[in-house]
Ligand binder design. Structure first.
Ligand code: PLP
Length: 362
């Protein structure tokens, strides 16, 4: 048997294992921030029809530039955006990989303020981009001064901001985004995967796009749209940024089936996004209940909540799993992250937490 180590693999990949949260078959899965609600039946039918219409032409390559889908996404985003300012790919992970291929790479660096999305350093690794882990302040916050000082010090080619941030859940102060744009010598990517769940009054970086050609806003249909399995992410930026990623994208990267399914989903967005307010209510309920029970909980603008369990979080993670509730250990000592889903899932999680906390106090 050949092992990985026997192969002439890149030195920087040697000894690593593939990334991914455990996909365990338990009753209550609250570990990957999916939308817990299944796709509504009328949308299932619409996607089915859209896919069927493509089948006879699967002998042909898809529209390489996914123009119709990008136009639909531009219309959804609003802010006067046009097709030339929007690009789509297989998940926002691929969007961000393409950005690093175009603006990062060997001899270049990308900086992020950790804890943030764990894929950012992995995408840097895969593209040969040097990763610079910058720090957050008290309570995982990030002030203008903290952000600007680290960007000035490291002069990264790409800065990743994540707002609302994963795993903390909190949206960034727009002043931080503006100040980083000012201080950064290169591209600034704002990962807004959870934008649709933000608390009222939260401003999207989309509003700052005019006059900022180095700003990229990354979005996804994986969370609020409940379309994680469809794999569709997109960006909004200056048309020149779209031209840049077109230099590195694989030709025909988005299959005609993906494009058709995503277009049908965007068309039926009212039905798909109809679950967002119910999920936000569960999110607020989790925050309030855990705080009432005396736990520290980060403010959340997303469909998940980061909460402090104290001590060794892996013990609580296992205890919750034993009760059929899968949450996420993001590797932050003493903290765990739980996705907000249906009311029944929140019930199960909060009940399990009660037992677990009680066991801890024994
Ligand atoms: C879930 C998530 C994504 C989504 O990635 P896709 O490839 O679009 O499924 C992107 N960014 C963050 C911060 C996330 O948490």
């Amino acid at each position: 048997m050949t092992s990985l180590d026997d192969l002439p693999i890149r030195d920087d990949l040697r000894g690593l294992s593939p990334y991914g949260a455990p996909q365990l078959d338990v009753p209550v899965r609250l570990n990957t921030n999916e939308n817990s609600y299944p796709v509504p039946e009328p949308v299932v039918e619409a996607i089915g029809k859209a896919l069927a219409a493509e089948l006879r032409e699967l002998n042909r390559y898809p529209d390489r530039d996914a123009v119709a889908l990008r136009a639909d996404l531009a219309e959804y985003l609003g802010h006067g955006l046009t097709v030339a300012q929007v690009w789509a790919a297989n998940g926002s992970n691929e969007i961000q990989q393409q950005l690093l291929q175009a603006f990062g790479g060997p001899g270049r660096s990308a900086l992020g303020f950790v804890p943030a999305y764990s894929m950012h350093p992995l995408l840097a690794l895969g593209t040969g981009t040097r990763w610079v882990p910058a720090e957050r302040g008290v309570d995982f916050g990030l002030t203008v001064e903290e952000a600007v000082a680290q960007v000035r010090e490291h002069q990264p080619d790409v800065v990743f901001l994540c707002s609302p941030n994963n795993p903390t859940g909190t949206a960034l102060d727009p002043a931080v985004i503006a100040a980083v744009l000012d201080a950064a010598p290169g591209m600034v990517v704002v990962d807004e995967a959870y934008a649709e769940f933000a608390r009222p009054g939260t401003v999207s970086a989309l509003a700052v796009l005019p006059g900022h050609p180095r700003l990229v806003v990354s979005r996804t249909m994986s969370k609020a749209f409940g379309f994680a399995g469809g794999r569709l992410g997109y960006l909004a930026a200056d048309p020149a940024v779209v031209q840049a990623v077109q230099l590195v994208r694989l030709p025909y990267h988005l299959s005609s089936l993906t494009q058709a399914a995503a277009r049908a989903a965007v068309t039926h967005r009212d039905a798909l996004l109809g679950t967002v307010s119910a999920i936000m209510a569960q999110r607020d309920r989790i925050v309030a209940t855990l705080r009432e029970r005396g736990l520290r909980v980060a403010d959340s603008d997303a469909n998940f909540v980061l909460f402090q369990v104290g001590g060794d979080q892996t013990v609580i993670w296992k205890a919750l799993l034993a009760q059929g509730v899968l949450v996420r250990d993001v590797g932050l000592p003493g903290w765990l992250r739980v996705t907000a889903g249906t009311a029944a899932e929140t019930d199960a999680f909060l009940t399990a937490m009660e037992t677990v906390t009680w066991e801890r106090e024994e």
